[in-house]
Design a protein around this ligand. Structure first.
Ligand code: RAM
Length: 358
């Protein structure tokens, strides 16, 4: 088990992974590239510049009614209060591709200094985000990235490669390296889930220890509790010999656990993926789930707020190798592609889950 990394993230630890920009229903990667953003990390940075007073820092998560998002933006609020800024939270109730566009437009009209956004689609938000940047607003993506040319920085919770590897390893270990598995994801457009699933597939295809594992389906619960619950039921009916469901979304894994825990599949079908300890505790204790992973979402929002403040204050421009200090988390270095990595994922099981409260 790895503990949360709270201080310096060495550049060498940042694994550059090309994000699988699977465009399903949203705009295409090319259309985002043409949207006028470009690389703006070229100005002069002044690492000694103080964080400006009264910065207006907005948070726009994937959706508001998601416990994970609530924890993330709570960390953002703490940071904004620490450095004397003005915190604002807005967002849609669903995580569909274009649901965030109208909120971005309003934040531009309000003249916010920074927009922190967990993008529901890597491209659908790009024209609006680039309008924001044209208006002098700094754009930081956190949790789920937008295309690289329409944001200044991406705060990644862990390396994309690291999350995908962890999903493959947890699944394989729990099914003894053999059998059919399925993925219960969030929305079809989610940048973060799609990137993790790409790595999971690559791991299964390339490592000899995974050669007897077959990924038979990927279904989407849209980060909606009821839909995730029904998709779980559908998977188990369609594939009676399914050995495991991997759900790389806190909404999906919690809904799947609820379904499995009161069915005959409990103890027979493995459920793993990414969940919050507080949502998963009862299912670990009642034997539905043995092991799953995550990071502390509070720290993502906290780091994102400080990154935005550092950009807006001129401490950094977003170029690779620049450093900034994120309050109590310490110093971070900007990696390739404007990515800042929080730290490694943590794996939770019955022995460790009670050490965590989020
Ligand atoms: C859900 C969301 C979020 C993701 C977590 C793991 O809450 O899809 O974007 O990071 O799961």
């Amino acid at each position: 088990m790895t503990r949360f990394r709270r201080t310096f993230v060495p550049l060498a630890g940042i694994v550059a992974v090309s994000i699988g920009l699977t465009a399903c229903g949203g705009t295409t990667q090319d259309s985002a590239s043409n949207s006028g953003g470009g690389d703006r990390a070229t100005g002069t940075a002044n690492p000694d510049a103080p964080i400006q007073d009264g910065l207006q820092i907005a948070f726009l998560p994937k959706q508001l009614n998601n416990p994970y998002s609530d924890i993330e933006v709570g960390g953002g609020k703490t940071a904004v209060e620490e450095f004397g800024g003005e915190y604002k939270l807005v967002g849609p109730n669903d995580a569909s591709a274009s649901s965030q566009v109208s909120y971005i437009n309003t934040l531009i009209q309000q003249g916010q200094n920074v927009i922190n956004i967990a993008a529901n689609d890597p491209n659908a938000v790009c024209p609006s985000l680039n309008q924001a940047r044209d208006a002098g607003i700094k754009v930081v993506t956190f949790d789920s990235d937008a295309a690289e040319d329409c944001r200044d920085l991406f705060i990644n919770q862990a390396t994309t490669q690291g999350v995908g590897e962890t999903l493959a390893k947890m699944t394989s270990e729990q099914i003894g390296g053999t059998g059919k598995i399925a993925v219960l994801s969030a929305t079809p457009n989610a940048t973060n889930q799609n990137a993790w699933i790409e790595v999971l597939k690559a791991e299964l295809a390339s490592k000899p220890e995974y050669r007897n594992i077959e990924l038979v389906a990927t279904v989407y619960g849209n980060d909606d509790d009821q839909k995730s619950f029904q998709e779980t039921q559908g998977l188990l009916q369609t594939y009676p010999d399914l050995k495991a469901i991997v759900s790389p979304t806190t909404v999906g894994i919690a809904a799947a656990a609820r379904y499995i825990s009161s069915s005959s599949y409990k103890g027979n079908v493995v459920l793993t993926g990414l969940g919050t300890p507080n949502q998963m505790r009862e299912y670990v204790k009642n034997g539905t789930v043995k092991e799953f992973a995550l990071w502390d979402p509070t720290n993502i929002g906290y780091l994102s707020a400080y990154a935005g403040a550092a950009l807006a204050s001129g401490q950094i421009t977003g170029a690779e190798g620049q450093k900034f200090t994120a309050g109590k988390l310490g110093e971070y270095t900007i990696g390739a592609g404007g990515e800042v990595v929080l730290g490694p994922p943590t794996v939770f099981d019955a022995n460790t889950i009670d050490q965590y409260n989020f």
